[in-house]
Design a protein around this ligand. Structure first.
Ligand code: THU
Length: 128
């Protein structure tokens, strides 16, 4: 997981955050150990901004990956930042109860299972 945090830190350097100045990096690892990177990408309408976690996840899904084990997220905040609600929902749907390592630039780190951060997810199956 320490390596994954380093990957997220590197991904953060590509963040496009001219409006908030809050840069976020994410690194998502597949069951086979392949790492997909994401950074937040902001937009002048603000509302079209995409979070680092979603960029990493959508990039992995677009590459055909479907099984994930862990994600690391790095922010510049005083306390490691937690993923926003929409990212938690998407991660739940596509990654299940993965390991989440949150870190800041000072080296503080907090580990969670997604179910701790998102205990009552919305989900339905087309087969129900
Ligand atoms: N952001 C993320 O990239 N991930 C999160 O989980 C929360 C917020 C980004 C969105 C925006 O570019 C900036 O952080 C400030 O909200």
């Amino acid at each position: 997981m320490t390596d994954l945090i380093e990957e997220a830190k590197k991904a953060r350097e590509n963040a496009v955050a001219p409006f908030s100045k809050f840069k976020v990096g994410a690194a998502l690892v597949t069951a086979e150990g392949k790492v997909f990177h994401g950074c937040n990408v902001e937009n002048c309408t603000y509302g079209l901004t995409v979070c680092a976690e979603r960029v990493a996840l959508l990039s992995a899904l677009a590459a055909g990956e479907r099984k994930f084990t862990a994600i690391a997220v790095v922010t510049q905040s005083d306390q490691p930042g937690t993923p926003c609600g929409p990212c938690r929902q998407l991660m739940w749907e596509y990654c299940g109860d993965i390991d989440i390592a949150l870190a800041n630039l000072k080296g503080d780190r907090t580990d969670y299972k997604l179910s701790e951060l998102f205990p009552h997810p919305f989900y339905f199956s087309l087969e129900d």
